[in-house]
Ligand binder design. Structure first.
Ligand code: GAL
Length: 380
């Protein structure tokens, strides 16, 4: 797995090996023509300022993301203004306005609501500031230059894989079905679409042959979504599902979860009604995403079954290389020009690979790779 980590990092960097001397026009890329190369700002020895905006400091991953991008850019000599938006759209729009006023030379944005920033993006384009959409696609705007993320559809397939394996779906049948409930991510985050679509495509054969059943009948993404990925909201929904559909003999076997905090709060709701401590009611098989410390501990304790690791170090490194490439007036190569249409244009995308983590590979994928340090994990 160490090898796998190195391959992922290498792939991210190789994908961005640049074709020198190919300046993008300011019109199509938003990049500044005549921009001083690399980290040097217009004042010569002044460092170019890059604005980085992350959605919230209250979720573990965005802190890792913000640090990775900031540290990487600073190593190359850039100044970085890193802002966290407290999951509040008005705060995020104000922060981006302020960064434009401050004269940033590039913007890296992980949005809260992907469609809420059109005015800010238009202002950035007018000021010829290139915009990189970070992890979450900025929607409904032509003023997005690049997208750096993971292959979100494949992440969704992996979420489905986790249930296929963990619930042994190939051994299930309509005579002996497996019972699940489904959760999706925030409806205003385009990533939720890829996660849901990938997972549902993977699970479709089992729904079609009757091996998989959802007693609540709540299956559509709009119905099972979790606004702002709020784990407390998901827990409430899980509690309601358990009391409405599982008060008799029906036992819940599995949960489709798109995000570790949602997985953990669903497990809490299940434990509160006896799952994991009553004969015939083992904890349901639950996957997740982001490989947060609490989920790694839960996986090691045999509770959460699995998660999807999206290495924020690779995402940060790829973003840093992309920013530096653009700032040098070069054209990034190795991008995907077909997969991500934001409603206004196809956004050139750099899509990294993700890894399923279970008890079997948690040591190599998460701990030996240094993704979480011993200190972060405590004694577990
Ligand atoms: C998504 C992201 C996930 C997860 C979630 C909640 O956009 O792709 O990895 O972090 O937001 O923050």
């Amino acid at each position: 797995m160490k090898l796998m980590q190195r391959m992922l990092m290498a792939a991210a960097v190789i994908a961005l090996i640049t074709a020198s001397g190919c300046n993008r026009s300011a019109k199509t890329s938003g990049a500044q023509s005549g921009t001083p190369s690399s980290a040097q700002g217009q004042a010569g020895d002044e460092k170019a300022l890059v604005g980085v905006v992350m959605p919230t400091r209250s979720e573990e991953r965005w802190i890792k993301d913000g640090n990775a991008v900031k540290e990487g850019l600073e190593k190359l000599g850039y100044s970085v203004d890193l802002q966290y938006s407290d999951d509040d759209i008005a705060t995020q729009t104000r922060q981006i306005d302020d960064l434009i006023t401050k004269g940033v030379k590039a913007l890296v944005i992980a949005s809260i609501d992907g469609s809420a920033l059109s005015n800010q993006l238009a202002n950035a384009a007018a000021a010829k500031i290139p915009v990189i959409s970070y992890d979450r696609l900025l929607m409904q705007s032509p003023n997005v230059d690049y997208y750096v993320s993971f292959d979100n559809y494949k992440v969704g397939v992996q979420m489905g894989d986790i249930l296929v394996t963990g619930l042994k779906l190939d051994q299930a049948s309509s005579a002996n079905p497996v019972i699940v409930e489904l959760f999706a991510g925030s409806p205003d985050d385009n990533n939720s679409v890829g996660f849901y679509q990938g997972a549902m495509d993977r699970l479709k054969p089992y729904f079609d042959n009757g091996a998989l059943k959802v007693p609540s009948g709540q299956i559509e993404r709009t119905v099972i979504g979790t606004l702002r990925w709020d784990a407390a909201e998901a827990q409430k929904r899980m509690e309601n599902l358990l009391s409405a559909y599982y008060s008799g003999d029906v036992v819940l076997n599995g949960i489709l979860s798109p995000y570790d905090p949602i997985s953990l709060s669903c497990l809490e709701a299940c434990k509160a009604v006896g799952y994991g401590s009553t004969p015939g009611k083992p904890l349901p098989v639950v996957g997740g995403q982001d490989c947060i410390v609490a989920s790694v501990k839960s996986i090691l304790a045999g509770e959460q079954y699995a998660t999807v690791l999206k290495d924020t170090r690779s995402l940060g490194a790829a973003t840093v290389t992309l920013v530096d490439t653009i700032m040098q007036g070069k054209t990034p190569t190795g991008l995907d020009y077909t997969s991500y249409n934001n409603g206004a244009k196809i956004v050139p995308s750099l899509l990294l690979d993700s890894v399923i983590v279970t008890k079997d590979n948690v040591q190599s994928a998460v701990i030996d790779s240094g993704y979480h340090t011993l200190a972060e994990r405590g004694k577990n």
